[in-house]
Design a binder for this molecule. Structure first.
Ligand SMILES: Nc1ncnc2c1ncn2[C@@H]1O[C@H](COP(=O)(O)OP(=O)(O)OP(=O)(O)O)[C@@H](O)[C@H]1O
Length: 250
């Protein structure tokens, strides 16, 4: 299958600093890619490149024509004085009818939040609403930047299940940054271990045995990765289009 995004020999220099070096990988429909790496490894920078927020210093990123992307940021700061309800938030970028909004909020277990204001939401509730907002436009590519920051363990499990279900239902590709090795890996097709360059990549089982991964994260993390097996899902085709939301990356 032809990739929807192809990243070839990409490097990024900012203020004479080498932030990313010689990155190459493809993003394909139906696959979940998880990007792991220590603080400052360039994970968010890589996500911003995929989102086309800026261009690489060298190398090339090719995207499928009119690629539709849904983006879930780490969190969203909402002004407490702004009485923005969840329902109005869902209508910010494009007008969806109430029926579509209700259906999408139901999918992410957030229907009871529809008339709450955004600043009233807990961490887990906020992430489910952000996911709904990204999915309502039916993306071909869903990008999540540490979607479970500040979310408790049950909330994390719920969120990863929702992401995996969404991938199957919308037949999209998923790229996410995550530190939740033990939870996220059961759902991941490919792990990219980043530390300015790609240290190693492959299935969780493969990466967990890679000496570079073990050197970077330690044996304990490798064991957490290793216990999971790679799964394939059957997908239903879904026709649709999404446009990038207006809120920025971190
Ligand atoms: N505009 C910029 N100018 C110079 N350096 C930058 C700029 N933006 C990011 N950096 C640097 O690039 C490096 C990678 O940052 P990035 O946010 O991509 O890392 P990360 O892997 O997402 O880190 P974290 O896990 O802490 O969120 C960091 O050293 C950061 O200081």
């Amino acid at each position: 299958m032809k990739p929807i995004v192809s990243i070839k020999n990409v490097s990024v220099n900012l203020n004479n600093q080498n932030i990313l070096h010689n990155i190459s990988f493809d993003i394909e429909i139906g696959k979940i890619i998880t990007i792991l790496g220590p603080n400052g490894a360039g994970k968010s920078t890589l996500v911003k490149l995929i989102l086309d927020f800026f261009k690489p210093t060298t190398g090339k990123i090719s995207r499928k024509k009119n690629l539709s992307i849904g983006y879930v940021p780490q969190t969203l700061q909402v002004d407490k004085t702004l009485p923005l309800t969840v329902k109005r938030f869902m209508k910010l970028n494009k007008k969806f009818d109430d029926n579509e909004i209700v259906k999408m909020l139901q999918k992410v277990n957030a229907i009871s939040l529809m008339n709450k204001t955004m600043h009233q939401l807990s961490g887990g509730e906020m992430q489910r609403v952000l996911l709904a907002q990204a999915l309502i436009k039916k993306p071909e590519l869903l990008i999540l930047d540490e979607p479970t920051q500040g979310v408790d363990v049950n909330g994390q499990i719920t969120l990863y299940n929702l992401i995996s279900n969404a991938k199957n239902e919308f037949n999209c590709a998923v790229v996410m940054i995550s530190h939740d090795l033990h939870l996220v890996m059961a759902k991941t097709d490919e792990v990219i271990c980043l530390n300015k360059h790609i240290c190693c990549s492959g299935t969780p089982a493969l990466v967990s045995n890679d000496p570079e991964f073990i050197a970077l994260f330690g044996r304990n993390a490798a064991n957490q990765l290793a216990i999971y097996k790679h799964h394939h899902f059957h997908q239903k085709r879904f026709q649709g289009r999404i446009h990038l939301p207006n809120f920025g990356a971190k």
